[in-house]
Design a protein around this ligand. Structure first.
Ligand code: GTP
Ligand code: MG
Length: 416
């Protein structure tokens, strides 16, 4: 099978490419590329250069315009001449088969896009059979339309050339085509098998979940790298892997928690990210079941991140795609220790920007917006953790009484 796009990323160098469009101004593109660089770093690639281009929309055949592609090509050649090999070029948006093929032909290096890079990280992170199966399925789903389009294109070439022996198809027809068709069939078979496997795992998980008894289920959700696992570890004294990399968590971990005699379940889940295709989210269905079946969502936000407001929107959008918009929820603003702002002098009359907002002002605004159902903590510095426990206890208890009115535990508690 031809290995394209999805390939191992070692300690190589990378060039990043993004577009500045009507929907994505220069500042936004910079933020996206910062994130893409972080993703590349997580995958083990060092970014050496960024290219951006102002356009109305992405070029259908080469993503960037011809001139820009030429510029990138020249850069790669110059670097190679100076003995600095460029390992790959990573594009910030998902590329079509056609775009990949054209760009690859031109640049002659490995081409990745945001999606294949994320999938690469997922593949690296996957630990359990469940996660591995989900990632493999997602990778094939990514590959299939790209193969298919390649194949349709050859098919059309043959059709146009009359009785099969026409020009343009020499060397491509026959074995080439069969090979692609075979690849496609193998991938389809593999997808079916993986889906069956996931259904099996799903069944087991559903049984496991049923056996969990009458307990309220709380899920930590949020953008990647906001501190979900750190909070999980702190609250449950468990040892979930947490680090300053994107997608440290791929598998859900569920821990039984007890606060003041009240037992409930706390789940740590995979982080969300921008520009993640919906069908990819779908591959992680069983991971996300924990979110779907939760009674309470604790949305964790990294308040020290300059884009935290957009991250909140992305998470809310993903949650609504999962049909979870109406669930009881609360927001936990984490990393208050790392929040910074620029103080304005009293006589400074330039307009306030978001960099000038103090933590207190931010807190007041959000408390008002959210009817007080938000909290400000630092999981790392253990600030306001008792408050978090208290609020969690209160919310879980309310939900518990609603859901299991005849629970023995609560009766006991009431008599006290
Ligand atoms: N400054 C600061 N850093 C924190 C805080 N909480 C977590 N971190 C750091 O943020 C990074 C990400 O933390 P994780 O707990 O792995 O985040 P996550 O949300 O589980 O991330 P994914 O699993 O990748 O989605 C780690 O380096 C943590 O040490 C905090 O309160 N303050
Ligand atoms: Mg995590």
């Amino acid at each position: 099978m031809k290995e394209f796009v999805i390939s191992e990323v070692k300690a190589e160098t990378a060039i990043l490419v993004g577009l500045i469009t009507q929907d994505q101004d220069e500042a936004k593109t910079k933020e996206y590329l910062d994130e893409l660089e972080f993703l590349a770093d997580t995958a083990g690639a060092v970014t050496v250069k960024r290219f951006t281009q102002k356009v109305n929309s992405a070029n259908q055949t080469t993503y960037v315009g011809k001139g820009k592609l030429e510029e990138i090509k020249q850069y790669i050649i110059d670097e190679e001449d100076a003995d600095r090999e460029i390992g790959m070029v990573i594009f910030d948006d998902e590329l079509s088969a056609k775009q990949i093929r054209n760009i690859e032909n031109e640049l002659k290096v490995k081409i990745l896009d945001r999606t294949s890079l994320i999938l690469d990280i997922f593949a690296m992170r996957a630990q359990t059979a469940n996660a591995k199966t989900q990632v493999e399925l997602a990778q094939y789903r990514y590959m299939l339309p790209r193969l298919q389009r390649l194949w349709t294109h050859l098919e059309r070439q043959r059709g146009g050339s009359g009785s099969g022996g026409g020009k343009g198809s020499v060397g491509l027809r026959g074995p080439g085509e069969t090979q692609l068709e075979m690849d496609r069939r193998i991938i389809l078979q593999r997808i079916t098998l993986l889906k069956q496997r996931l259904t099996e795992i799903d069944k087991q998980k559903t049984t496991q979940r049923k056996n969990r008894g009458r307990m309220i289920r709380v899920a930590l959700v949020g953008y990647t790298n906001v501190g979900k696992s750190t909070i999980m570890n702190l609250l449950s004294k468990s040892e979930v892997f947490a680090e300053n990399k994107l997608f440290a968590t791929l598998d859900t971990t569920v821990r039984k928690m007890v606060i003041d005699n009240l037992p409930f379940l706390l789940a740590d889940t995979v982080g969300f990210i921008r520009k993640l295709p919906t069908d990819l989210v779908d591959s992680f269905k069983s991971t996300l079941d924990e979110v779907r079946e939760a009674d309470l969502l604790v949305h964790v936000v990294d308040i020290s991140h300059p884009d935290f407001e957009e991250q909140i929107k992305v998470v809310e959008k993903t949650l609504s795609e999962l049909g979870c918009s109406d669930k009881p929820s609360m927001i936990v603003f984490n990393k208050i220790d790392a929040y910074t702002w620029v103080d304005k002098e009293p006589d400074d009359l330039t307009p306030m920007t978001k960099e000038n907002v103090t933590l207190d002002e931010l807190r007041r605004t959000w408390m008002a917006n959210m009817n007080d159902s938000c909290l400000f903590i630092s999981a790392r510095e253990k600030m306001n953790i008792d408050e978090l426990r208290e609020v969690l206890y209160k919310r879980v208890r309310e939900l518990h009484v609603q859901k299991y009115p005849y629970n023995d535990f609560l009766y006991q508690d009431y008599e006290e």
